[in-house]
Design a protein around this ligand. Structure first.
Ligand SMILES: CSCCC(=O)/C(O)=C/O
Ligand SMILES: [Fe+2]
Length: 173
């Protein structure tokens, strides 16, 4: 079950540490910024979400020292750079764990979502976010897509003027 809280913003500590400020964030607060969460104990529930939300494609990614070797740290640095996508980002955790940080709406604070097996998180197109492994240094996740699998990240602040970003902000009003 997802655990969500405000990030402590302590950049002197490795980003894979919990960075828990102690201030919890509810599923309702996540829903208000357009993030959809569902606990899916089996793939049957994932399949149902995919059907309901028209996610036609999927693949599985494994992120660890074993799968990426020396490419792990550069990969994590890429994922941890604040970015948005022009499509939803849909992730289901099969094994291991990871943190998705998302910006809140009112004052741009980071909300950290700790995902463990069975957690399915959908981030809306246009939301600024970032990802990291935990200190476990391992996740296996299913990525679901409405169309063909792709990963295109638009960095902040360059993406501030992206029309998908504007649509996202307008939907929050
Ligand atoms: C656990 S999937 C890898 C992270 C990713 O795809 C992404 O877009 C992070 O923001
Ligand atoms: Fe992303």
């Amino acid at each position: 079950m997802v655990e969500a809280y405000y990030h402590d913003n302590d950049d002197s500590v490795d980003f894979r540490e919990p960075h828990n400020s102690g201030e919890k964030v509810s599923l309702e607060q996540l829903a208000r910024i357009g993030a959809f969460y569902k606990f899916c104990p089996t793939l049957k529930e994932v399949d149902q979400v995919a059907l309901d939300r028209a996610y036609k494609n999927r693949d599985t990614v494994s992120i660890s020292k074993e799968s990426l070797g020396d490419a792990l740290l550069p990969k994590l640095q890429t994922f941890y750079a604040e970015h948005l996508h022009e499509d939803e980002e849909i992730r289901y955790i099969v094994d291991g764990e990871g943190y998705f940080d998302v910006r809140n709406a009112s004052d741009d604070r980071w909300i950290r979502c700790k995902l463990t097996p069975g957690d399915l998180l959908v981030l809306p197109a246009g939301i600024y976010h970032r990802f990291t492994l935990t200190t476990q240094n391992y996740v296996k996740a299913i990525r679901l897509f409405k169309d063909e699998p792709k990963w295109v990240a638009h960095s902040r602040p360059d993406a501030d003027g992206n029309p998908i970003r504007s649509e996202y902000l307008a939907a929050l009003q």
